[in-house]
Design a protein around this ligand. Structure first.
Ligand code: GLY
Ligand code: MN
Ligand code: MN
Length: 542
């Protein structure tokens, strides 16, 4: 009887685990709660933050793009569906039943028909039990909620990009939620300033008239980034003004705009979430390390498998197969696989060359594992051996990377590794005769070397000094496209080496070290046999 009972329990356990064979290593609800508490502790008294989930975006006809959550929203909630809103209060609020709460999550309504087509929704119960919210409602209740956003001293939101559409499939899409919010909060973009406008107005206000030529120049440059500044007549007149009297008059008018009357602030959330997100917790580091290791192992597998007859897409597929084999749900950004001159296009994602031939192949790919994305690049010779020229450029980039990584130390400036790698590149390019002097302005090192990674491949941060548990790329690159002003033998060589470095008390730790990096290590790995050598498919042209 007892053995029967044990067998029955075992049977049930197996059946249930069979049903729930989905990943269980996502961030815990305690993690997300701790992030909300951390943000709340930065909010001033009588303030409220409102964060929107991402919408679904349409691909064509009745097919949508694969949904991906907004990273800030995910960080704060753990909710992985579209069309939600988080409302976070600085102090406890009390509802009409006397219940106290300091946060509300609005989620997609459970809907049997929609779930039959597109998968299970968490709904209110899930938001409470699985995400740990005491107070949760259906998103369609947001518009009628009693929250009086106007009554708070400060109302924090992120800048609306207005890039969602109204599919009219239901009445609580992000489109509807934002519309309802704008009405409830008396949102009028004319009443508050974008971060760029605010900075410029402050500059106009604080700069003496005799130095206003500098300000005019800065306004000119700012126009490139934010063409909407053109709509500010006073600012444009100030930029072009020649008479000091006119400048004085305009300066006064512009200074007054800094006192615009609204409680809405669109800079607080992005600034403070960047401060939180740039330093990773232990839980985040487990997932991020996994994403990076998966990506590095993908690079090593491709090194073994690469043959000159292969196409860029095929190589991309091998990396991505390794990601999926490890259960990574997405690529963190569109994969970049570029042979020869294609490797000189920094974000080349066409990956359409049908034979990589005897060229260098630049491969910049990152697995996304439970939301966290790696960013790893290797550049390798398709035929397994670096040519003399390829090796010369490769080793320059490598040396810059090695020396740069040594600067990933707590308290050091995050800008320094970039300068170190550039200096080494300039000296080397000069020695090779590619540039005429070490100070020559040249186009061969066109990007910076260091950015945070995390829930975004370009994770937000303040870019001050390195702190413990930051994870930052080190990615120098030298690119010499066809037609460059140097000996033809260098043309079509593009090299980027990118690793993901964890800053620790004991110095830098290269999380992507499993991908061979030196010329010798790469050539050795490429000489190994790949299981894919025997993976031969029918030739469709025969
Ligand atoms: N993969 C994009 C970057 O390296 O920044
Ligand atoms: Mn990068
Ligand atoms: Mn990259």
């Amino acid at each position: 009887m007892k053995i029967f009972k044990i067998l029955f329990v075992a049977f049930l356990a197996i059946s249930f685990s069979g049903f729930s064979q989905t990943p269980t290593d996502f961030l815990s609800k305690e993690f997300h709660k701790s992030r909300r508490d951390a943000l709340r502790s930065k909010m001033p008294a009588n303030s409220v933050s409102v964060v929107f989930a991402n919408p679904l975006r349409n691909r064509a006809n009745d097919v949508d793009f694969v949904f991906h959550q907004d990273p800030n929203f995910y960080y704060l909630t753990g909710y992985r569906e579209p069309n939600g809103v988080l409302v976070l209060f600085s102090e406890n609020q009390t509802d009409e039943n006397g219940q106290s709460y300091n946060e509300i999550l609005y989620v997609q309504k459970r809907d049997a028909r929609a779930e039959q087509w597109n998968g299970k929704r968490l709904g209110i119960e899930g938001a409470k039990n699985e995400l740990g919210f005491k107070m949760a409602f259906n998103s369609e209740e947001f518009a009628a909620s009693k929250i009086n956003f106007k009554s708070f001293d400060r109302l924090f939101i992120e800048k609306f990009n207005d890039d969602y559409r109204n599919s009219a499939r239901d009445n609580a899409e992000v489109y509807d939620l934002v519309l309802a919010f704008k009405e409830k909060a008396d949102y009028n973009p004319k009443n508050f300033l974008s971060p760029m406008k605010k900075q410029i107005y402050e500059l106009v206000k604080s700069t003496p008239i005799e130095n206003s030529a500098n300000v005019a120049q800065i306004i000119g440059r700012a126009l490139v980034y934010d063409p909407s500044l053109k709509n500010d007549e006073d600012l444009m007149k100030f930029k072009d003004a020649t008479s000091n009297d006119l400048k004085k008059e305009l300066k006064q008018k512009i200074s007054l705009k800094l006192d615009a009357k609204t409680n809405i602030d669109i800079t607080f959330l992005s600034r403070n979430l960047a401060t939180l997100r740039e330093v990773k917790t232990k839980e985040e580091l487990v997932l991020l390390t996994k994403a990076v290791r998966i990506s590095a192992i993908g690079q090593a597998e491709v090194m073994k498998a690469m043959k000159p007859h292969m196409s860029e897409t095929e190589l991309q597929g091998i990396h991505e197969f390794v990601y999926k084999k490890y259960g990574a749900e997405y690529e963190g950004y569109p994969s970049i696989v570029g042979a020869g001159n294609n490797g000189c296009i920094l974000h080349y994602i066409e990956n359409s060359k049908t034979k990589v031939g005897n060229e260098l192949v630049l491969m910049d790919l990152g697995a996304e594992y439970r939301g966290y994305t790696a960013d790893v690049t290797r550049t390798i010779p398709a035929n397994g051996k670096f040519s003399k020229e390829q090796k010369a450029i490769y080793n320059l980039v490598f040396k810059g990377q090695e020396e740069g990584i040594k600067g990933y130390l707590i308290g050091e400036s995050m800008g320094k590794p970039n300068l170190i790698a550039r200096k080494i590149a300039n000296e080397g390019l000069f020695k090779l005769g590619i540039i005429k002097s070490v100070d020559e302005k040249h186009p061969y090192f066109p990007h910076g070397t260091s950015h945070h990674i995390g829930l975004d491949v370009h994770d937000p941060g303040n870019y001050g000094n390195f702190e413990e548990n930051m994870v930052v790329t080190m990615e120098p690159g030298i690119y010499i496209p066809e037609g460059s002003n140097c000996d033809k033998k260098w043309w079509g060589i593009g090299v980027r080496i990118e690793d993901d470095i964890l800053v620790t008390k004991n110095g830098p730790v290269n999380l992507s070290a499993e991908a061979p990096r030196t010329v010798e290590e790469i050539e050795k790995m490429m000489a190994k046999k790949s299981v894919l050598n025997d993976f031969v498919l029918p030739d469709l042209d025969k």
